[in-house]
Design a protein around this ligand. Structure first.
Ligand SMILES: *Cc1c(COP(=O)(O)O)cnc(C)c1O
Length: 484
């Protein structure tokens, strides 16, 4: 080892020359560079190019000037390594491409051909056209968000939606916040700060996106008291854990995993009876908040809000943009006493939902009141589409694409932390020709991007999550990309 190091040192000493600004070649380089820097196009000459002038018309002269300066700085940096000055044409191309990438509308509409109905990366549930229109109308002008029009007095942004949520779930009262994570945090903070929350060891879980029950408890200022074991917890475990410092009993639906086999968990009814006896609130985080009977779609094992309330939970928490099929929101339903306690907590103000989401949620809930959820709410349209209907649509698309694709029976997942381990029958168009990664990338970079999945080295376009009105665009986009 030593002799090797020695040899290296010798080599370095023999081969290495210290840089010196006085060295003749460096002086020549300096002269060359100084001359070359003078060849860099000026800011004003770039701003006068037709394309750049159009850009200034659209995005203002000051923003575009700033971008031109930034691009020239980068070009100068590259030249310090010894390159030639960039041409005005190449600078213009660069400026236009940066401007297009940076100042674009976003998020853009994409076609979800992954087969995952509630895809968090793709914005979870798409909205019904009524919900969309309601959100637009509520925000294009002023609205009666917090004004009671008949009396002219201050109103509540909660009362309308709360009323409908009570009708749909059988609860005494309801409150809506930004998302379910904040709903749960608010629920724990307002019932158990400075106290302990009792949770089954099997439910002290991570929901995803960094939302971990133990961390949520720390943030809310409550202590965690885990009871039972990973697979089996009994009501007696909860009972034994309760003391004068217990603030709440919490049950969290395992929405993204499944424990199977030798398992046991107390029912919400058992927990509620225990809580009632001891005067301790029972909080039930059910995650998805399905307002239709899931067994009609062959879906089982997901708790529904009405059931949680019937079983006696004091507060039940769920998302607005999972199986409810509405906008991002966190919904709390439950006993009046506890809901008012949450509503007056300072965090409720911090987690306040905005008018666009409220309008969209209200409109989505009305679909359930009208019993038209399956026809009007996109995720229920997708989930209730039969295999036969999917096959008919696949055939029409395939007729346009010929032998480029095959039709196959596949399975699609619900996703978004709902029905883990459950998948449903679906029909897919399968592309089995060349590199699936390259083709997948092409499909994502189209005018209307298409996101699909890769399985066994083949590209799968699962029609379950493609809205029927998107079939035409899907066919056109596939055709464009396969042909070039
Ligand atoms: C999804 C989920 C959450 C988080 O809901 P968001 O609306 O995404 O904030 C919390 N708890 C459970 C059980 C969930 O499934």
């Amino acid at each position: 080892m030593n002799s090797f190091l020695l040899a290296m040192d010798w080599g370095d000493i023999i081969g290495y020359q210290y840089p010196s600004p006085q060295a003749p070649q460096d002086r020549e380089r300096l002269i060359y560079m100084t001359a070359e820097y003078r060849n860099i196009p000026s800011v004003s000459s770039i701003l006068e190019c037709t394309e750049v002038r159009k850009l200034s018309d659209e995005f203002s002269i000051s923003n575009v000037t700033e971008l031109v300066r930034e691009t020239l700085d980068i070009a100068r940096g590259k030249m310090s390594e010894g390159g030639p000055a960039p041409s005005i044409e190449s600078l213009t191309v660069e400026i236009l491409s940066v401007a297009r990438a940076r100042w674009r509308n976003w998020p853009v509409r994409v076609i979800n051909a992954t087969g995952v109905v509630l895809h968090t990366n793709l914005g979870r549930s798409p909205l019904s056209s009524d919900a969309l229109q309601a959100a637009c109308e509520a925000s294009a002008g002023y609205s009666d968000l917090e004004l009671d029009l008949p009396s002219g007095k201050r109103g509540s942004r909660q009362s309308q939606v709360s009323q409908i949520l009570c009708e749909l779930t059988g609860a005494e009262d309801a409150l809506v916040v930004n998302n379910n994570a904040s709903a749960v945090l608010l629920g724990i903070a307002s019932t158990a700060t400075g106290k302990d929350v009792v949770v089954s060891r099997s439910e002290s879980v991570e929901i995803g996106g960094g939302f971990r029950i133990p961390d949520v408890l720390i943030q809310s200022g409550a202590g965690l008291k885990e009871v039972g074991t990973t697979n089996r917890t009994y009501i007696q475990d909860f009972e034994k854990a309760i003391d004068e410092n217990t603030g709440a009993l919490l049950s969290v639906h395992a929405s993204n995993f499944k424990i199977v086999g030798f398992t046991h968990a107390p029912t919400i009814k058992e927990l509620s009876e225990l809580g009632q006896n001891k005067g301790i609130p029972v909080l039930h985080d059910i995650g998805s908040g399905c307002l239709l009977d899931p067994s009609r779609f062959g879906l089982t094992g997901e708790p529904v809000p009405r059931y949680s309330i019937e079983e006696g939970a004091d507060l039940c928490f769920f998302s607005g943009d999972k199986l409810l099929g509405g906008p991002q929101s966190g919904i709390i339903v439950g006993k009046k006493h506890y809901v008012s306690q949450l509503a007056s907590h300072p965090l409720a103000r911090a987690f306040r939902i905005d008018k666009m989401n409220l309008a969209a949620l209200n409109s989505t809930l009305l679909h359930y009141i009208r019993e038209e959820a399956e026809e009007k709410i996109p995720i229920w349209r997708m989930l209730s589409t039969t295999k036969h209907q999917l096959l008919e649509r696949a055939q029409i698309i395939k007729d346009r694409l010929g032998s480029l694709l095959t039709i196959e029976e596949t399975r699609s997942a619900i996703g978004g932390g709902s029905f883990p381990g459950f998948d449903m029958e679906s029909i897919s168009l399968v592309f089995d020709n060349g590199s699936p990664d390259a083709m997948g990338a092409k499909m994502r970079n189209c005018e209307t991007p298409v996101v699909c999945r890769i399985e066994d080295d083949r590209l799968i376009f699962d029609l379950r999550t493609v809205l029927s009105e998107e079939d035409d665009t899907l066919a056109r986009t596939i055709l464009q990309n396969v042909n070039d």
